[in-house]
Design a protein around this ligand. Structure first.
Ligand SMILES: [Zn+2]
Length: 273
């Protein structure tokens, strides 16, 4: 725990998911002095364009643009994000290391299995991170392959990777995030609230453009301008739609499972008429 705790940690399956779903909100929070982080579960080796190495450089550049304090990619196979004990442990370890107060997860439904699986995996890892006995000596045997889905490798004897993660998790104090919110932009559902990103819209767009290997060679023979224009158009349309719902120019949508709590009825934002 050499670094201070994160205020907000966004977790997503693929590099560039966070930029596309909640990059503006992260930038806004950083501009307010908050410490923000991104955990990508995969490294992007299955992408049609570009290598995992290129995507790592692009992700670093996007993080710089969004003023992210901390970013890491796990080694979960791209296209095979599964909610396994081992994967939950990897995410739990990060949550205990980074100690975020707010966690942003992908919405739990969607077209891409990696996205909705990342949602459940992230939620369960947040829960596990708060269990004080997790990884401690007396609880070891019961955790491995008992009471969780069967894994041939983790039945009875934990393998080396699981052992290392469990030891790391056990060496860190328990931590449970105060709040989990879901970024819903990939899915057509009415959000519980939106964040006004009018001032951050350009920055968020630049963070998406940072993924040059993904967005500059869309059509044969075309220079990168049309691809960029098309992306700007799409991003602006979505952000404009959610902005319209709240009476601002651009916004990003989120869902919370809890109800909203209001102290002063005169300060509820978004006018009705
Ligand atoms: Zn994705």
């Amino acid at each position: 725990m050499s670094s201070p705790a994160l205020d907000i940690l966004a977790i997503a399956a693929h590099r560039d998911d966070v930029e596309q779903t909640c990059g503006g909100s992260l930038l806004k929070m950083a501009q307010c002095g908050r410490r923000t982080g991104i955990l990508d579960l995969t490294q992007g080796e299955m992408g049609t364009r570009g290598s995992a190495r290129e995507r790592a450089d692009e992700a670093a550049e996007a993080a710089r643009i969004l003023q992210i304090s901390w970013r890491q990619a796990l080694d979960i196979p791209d296209g095979r994000v599964e909610n396994t004990w081992l994967n939950r442990l990897k995410v739990t370890r990060v949550i205990r290391e980074q100690r975020p107060r707010v966690v942003i997860l992908p919405y739990w439904q969607g077209r891409h299995p990696d996205h909705y699986t990342a949602s459940v995996l992230g939620y369960e890892a947040c829960f596990l991170a708060g269990l004080s006995k997790l990884g401690k000596a007396g609880a070891r045997g019961r955790e491995s392959g008992v009471g969780v889905e069967a894994h041939s490798f983790s039945r009875g004897q934990p393998n080396a990777e699981e052992e290392a993660d469990l030891t790391a998790v056990a060496s860190l104090p328990p931590h449970r995030p105060f709040k989990i919110i879901y970024a819903t932009l990939y899915y057509d559902i009415r959000p519980s609230f939106v964040v006004d990103i009018t001032e951050q819209f350009e920055g968020r767009l630049q963070s998406i453009y940072a993924y040059k290997s993904q967005f500059t060679d869309q059509a044969a023979g075309a220079n990168d301008f049309p691809a960029h224009a098309e992306i700007r158009d799409r991003v602006a349309t979505m952000a404009g739609f959610y902005g319209l719902l709240a009476g601002v120019k651009y916004a990003e949508p989120f869902l919370q499972k809890e109800v909203g709590l209001v102290e002063d009825l005169l300060k509820i934002p978004v006018k009705s008429l």
